[in-house]
Design a protein around this ligand. Structure first.
Ligand code: GRF
Length: 190
């Protein structure tokens, strides 16, 4: 069972999943492995990390495609080379077309840095601080055509402390992301 992970940046969630797969012996136990890491940013730090860990990588620059559909089609062709049982969005900062989501229906998950349904979209930590929330967190959810609205698979909550900035809150949430995302992926592939 192949897992393909899509990233746009540092890929810390991707790395946490790769390391959980190694520590948890997913290959031996479930016949599962992270088969590829793919990005829409050639310079994404996570691509270098994946290469250092001998995981195939690819990147697609959306500016090289005439439309969102054409970009998604190129991405799907590359993803499908691995015939994935699961496609994991991990800090992937592109809105995917309904055609893409439909194609991976039932095997597409994402992590969002808020306690959905609160704060869908961007700048979630600053918005939670500005709203005076006492808690923040993250949500792993299935991906459907409506942004950040699929079935919730897990959540983690962290306190928002006096003096927190978006950066300090993001770091506290990221620690939890690295715990719940690998756990959800393992549950899904097992
Ligand atoms: C994380 O906050 C994640 O919740 C969001 O992208 C951010 C960066 O993730 N989806 P990563 O370090 O690239 O995994």
């Amino acid at each position: 069972k192949n897992i393909v992970i899509l990233i746009s940046g540092s890929g810390s969630n991707m790395a946490a999943i790769v390391q959980a797969a190694q520590k948890g012996r997913w290959r031996e136990r479930f016949g599962a492995q992270v088969a590829a890491v793919i990005s829409n940013k050639a310079e994404a730090g996570g691509l270098a990390w994946a290469r250092e860990h001998h995981i195939p990588t690819a990147s697609f620059d959306h500016k090289a495609y005439a439309s969102r559909e054409a970009f998604d089609a190129a991405l799907m062709t590359e993803i499908d080379r691995h015939q994935p049982a699961l496609v994991v969005l991990a800090g992937f900062m592109r809105i995917l077309t309904p055609g893409f989501v439909q194609h991976y229906d039932g095997r597409l998950v994402n992590i969002h840095p808020s306690l959905l349904p609160a704060f869908p979209g961007l700048h979630t930590h600053q918005r939670a601080i500005d709203a005076g929330c006492r808690f923040g967190g993250c949500t792993v959810h299935r991906v459907t055509a409506e942004l950040d609205h699929g079935e919730y698979l897990d959540q983690a909550v962290v306190p928002i402390l006096p003096g927190d900035t978006a950066q300090t809150l993001a770091a506290r949430v990221l620690t939890q992301e690295h715990l719940i995302y690998p756990r959800v992926v393992e549950r899904l592939i097992s």
